[in-house]
Each structure stands twice: as C-alpha cells, then as structure tokens.
Design a protein around this ligand. Structure first.
Ligand code: HEC
Length: 105
C-alpha cells in the first residue's frame, strides 16, 4: 500500500515535470487573450475597427497603451478597468502575444 502510494507520488511528480513546457509563456498569453477577443476579434470588432484590431500591432505600442490605461494616463471607457486586472508583466506578455499574431491566427 505504502509502496503504491510512493510510486503514485513519483509518477505524479514526473508527470508534472514533463508537462511544464505546456505552461510556457505563449500559452498563458493565449489563455489570457481569450478575455480580450470578445471585443477585439479581428473579424468583427465591436467598436472603431482602426483601434480595435490588436493583431500584428507593434508590441511596444500595445504595451504602452495597456499600461497607460492601467495607470489612468490615457482616457478609457473600459480598458482602465480591464488592464487593472493584470500585472504589468502579464500586460507585456499580452502585448507581445497580439503583436505576433498574423493572418488567420
Ligand atoms: C468589453 C470590451 C473590451 C474587452 C473585453 C477588451 N477591450 Fe481593449 N478596448 C476596448 C475599448 C472600448 C477600447 C477603446 C478604449 C476605451 O474606451 O476603453 C479598447 C482599447 C484597447 C487598446 C488600445 C488600442 C489602440 O490601438 O489604441 C488595447 C491595446 C487594448 N484595448 C487591449 C486589450 C486587451 C489586451 C484586452 C484583454 C486583456 C482587452 N483589450 C479587452 C474594449 C475592450
């Protein structure tokens, strides 16, 4: 019984270690981006298309916009509240993620 528990424990640790790459940067940015796509989807943005398509935009520009929203340096109706829900590092990852999307991504 104890032997079985120990081997299950070892199996669990090995599984977690092997699955670590699944939690790499891009995946978490991708998961976070799901909460943006309702409004920022490139095929049917909810408001001004020129501002709402994030795909392929410059990463630094996106990051600056998000930080400006978060720290109330730029007026927003909704983005101030949304960006306050993320750490600065997460906003950087999101900016990088959206900047790297192209075509049908
Ligand atoms: C409820 C709809 C909504 C959601 C969800 C949303 N946004 Fe926005 N976003 C807006 C609106 C509206 C604006 C224009 C600024 C404002 O009034 O808040 C905007 C503006 C922006 C801009 C500035 C774009 C530019 O070119 O000026 C960025 C960058 C941005 N959003 C990123 C994001 C990210 C990243 C997420 C997900 C974490 C997200 N948004 C989620 C509605 C949304």
């Amino acid at each position: 019984m104890i032997k079985k528990s120990i081997s299950n424990c070892i199996l669990f640790v090995v599984t977690v270690c092997l699955s670590a790459p699944v939690f790499a940067k891009d995946v978490s940015a991708k998961v976070m981006s799901y909460s943006c796509n309702t409004c920022h989807s490139s095929d049917r943005p909810l408001t001004r298309p020129d501002r709402m398509i994030l795909k392929g935009q410059d990463a630094n520009k996106l990051e600056k916009s998000l930080l400006d929203f978060k720290y109330d340096k730029r007026f927003s109706s909704i983005m101030g509240r949304i960006s306050k829900g993320f750490t600065d590092t997460e906003l950087k990852k999101l900016a990088l993620y959206f900047s790297q999307l192209k075509g049908d991504d």
